[in-house]
Design a protein. Structure first.
Length: 254
């Protein structure tokens, strides 16, 4: 295959962005889309729509790699997986269906503000209280809401589902691995029609860079999720969620 049409120097920044975003997402169960979009729009100056398109395509592949890595490291709770899968995919289909008539940009700042408060709470909980592992009770409605927001709002599965499961006291390692694994099926469901119309050719270039970096980081993220202490993971989740959500809120109102 002739790959001479690919400008390696041009895609190096996208490889770095994909690697960093997936490393965080694989370890903490959230923020690939937020980090990638923020870097591409805020640092590289890409139009938001272009950044969003590339993120959605790449996530179909990175979530597959991340899910397999978490399976290998034993980070998946099978019972939680199936309790999230059907509601999550259903919510994603509903969100995609109403996207044309729903002004997601109006709702998005308030969702981000809510996630910012959740991030502060999780950070406080990680700093001052050792995590007490409990079985989460609110799962199906959470999966439905997370899937809907991910499709209708352009992202939110990881932050919404992971943060709320952690608030309920679930095992951080199992939450991260399971939520990442379910996200593959959610992303494929939401993105199938989009990928069909866009074509595989778009993988050459910036999207290819994101894909290379994301897949390379997936095993490292799963390893980090397995070996980081629960308290440190809670603190990192709180910091990442608060920082990314705060930026989103600030950007939405400016």
């Amino acid at each position: 295959m002739d790959l001479s049409f690919i400008d390696v120097d041009a895609i190096l920044p996208f490889i770095a962005i994909g690697f960093a975003a997936q490393l965080v997402d694989g370890a903490l169960g959230m923020a690939f889309g937020v980090i990638s979009s923020t870097m591409m729009v805020g640092v590289l100056g890409l139009p938001p729509a272009v950044a969003s398109q590339r993120v959605h395509i790449v996530e179909c592949f990175t979530t597959a790699a991340s899910g397999l890595s978490h399976l290998f490291h034993g980070n998946i709770d099978k019972k939680l997986f199936f309790r999230l899968l059907i509601p999550g995919v259903t919510g994603g289909v509903l969100g995609a269906y109403v996207l044309a008539s729903l002004d997601a940009e109006v709702v998005r700042p308030y969702v981000l503000a809510y996630l910012c408060m959740i991030g502060v709470y999780i950070l406080w909980r990680g700093l001052f209280y050792p995590p007490k592992i409990r079985q989460p009770r609110l799962i199906a409605p959470l999966g439905l809401a997370g899937g809907f927001l991910d499709a209708a709002g352009g992202g939110g599965w990881g932050p919404v589902v992971t943060s709320n499961l952690l608030m309920q006291g679930a095992d951080p390692r199992k939450v991260v691995g399971t939520v990442n694994s379910v996200e593959f099926f959610l992303t494929v469901t939401i993105s199938a029609a989009f990928i069909y119309h866009l074509g595989i050719v778009d993988l050459a270039g910036a999207t290819l860079g994101l894909l290379i970096g994301g897949i390379a980081a997936a095993p490292l993220g799963a390893w980090a999720a397995k070996h980081l202490p629960a308290k440190q993971m809670l603190i990192l989740v709180g910091i990442v969620l608060t920082a990314t959500s705060s930026y989103g809120v600030w950007n939405a109102f400016n």
